[in-house]
Design a protein around this ligand. Structure first.
Ligand SMILES: CC(C)(COP(=O)(O)OP(=O)(O)OC[C@H]1O[C@@H](n2cnc3c(N)ncnc32)[C@H](O)[C@@H]1OP(=O)(O)O)[C@@H](O)C(=O)NCCC(=O)NCCS
Length: 193
């Protein structure tokens, strides 16, 4: 299982590289539409880290999966949405499920009551995944929207996030990922290639 941990703002180049590596079908599924390389880069550059949490799945130091949780406390208090992507080499191994489970805990711990996710109607994996975590699915203009209703945070949910953050830090060090992530992006890409 890859190391699942939060992605730091300094690791934005890795997130961008991950999204650009998605094959055509997965990129289409991730953004529910066609997106050029330039548009993917613009998406990454526009991330507002004050209202976004990114969780990543790192394998051998390379970001292979990510979930992006985005909310707006002023315009959309207590609500957020997420988009998720796992590269084809890691699909079907439970990475998507782990990312969704953990991001829902992160959302809950920030007082978010409702999390939305949008996917294509034919996206069987994502629909299965949403159902597994209690998402209420609805068909909306050929796309599926999933609504996750979250309970308020409690001591256990806060402890769980802290525990998993701590375990991820240790696993990162053990896997050498922490060392790689301190290297400049270009050198990191060369080492990981
Ligand atoms: C959707 C996606 C995130 C799932 O990630 P993943 O790591 O493959 O997910 P998991 O391995 O945890 O499996 C998720 C579910 O799909 C099911 N599944 C796995 N392989 C499958 C297959 N070949 N066919 C059908 N279902 C499959 C699993 O059984 C699981 O369902 P369960 O929870 O009921 O057991 C990944 O396929 C992806 O990145 N797709 C492209 C981007 C995308 O579609 N994003 C969603 C919109 S934002």
């Amino acid at each position: 299982m890859p190391v699942i941990r939060k992605i730091m703002p300094t690791e934005l180049p890795q997130y961008r590289a991950h999204l650009l590596r998605l094959d055509r079908a997965d990129r289409y599924a991730r953004f529910t539409g066609t997106l050029s390389d330039e548009a993917v880069k613009r998406h990454c550059a526009a991330i507002d880290w004050g209202r976004t949490v990114l969780l990543g799945a790192f394998e051998d130091g390379l970001l292979r999966g990510a979930v992006e949780l985005c909310g707006d406390r002023i315009l959309w208090p207590e609500q957020a949405e997420f988009g998720i992507s796992v590269e084809s080499v890691l699909q079907g191994k439970g990475v998507g499920s782990t990312l969704v489970r953990r991001i829902l805990t992160v959302a809950r711990n920030r007082g978010i009551h409702q999390v939305h996710m949008m996917c294509l109607a034919e996206n069987v994996r994502m629909r299965a995944l949403a159902r597994r975590f209690g998402g209420r699915l609805a068909l909306d203009c050929g796309e599926i929207t999933s609504l996750f209703e979250l309970p308020p945070p409690n001591q256990f949910s806060i402890a769980l996030e802290a525990l998993e953050d701590g375990a991820s830090a240790f696993n990162s060090i053990l896997s050498g990922n922490a060392i790689l992530s301190r290297l400049p992006a270009a050198r990191h890409e060369r080492l990981a290639a």
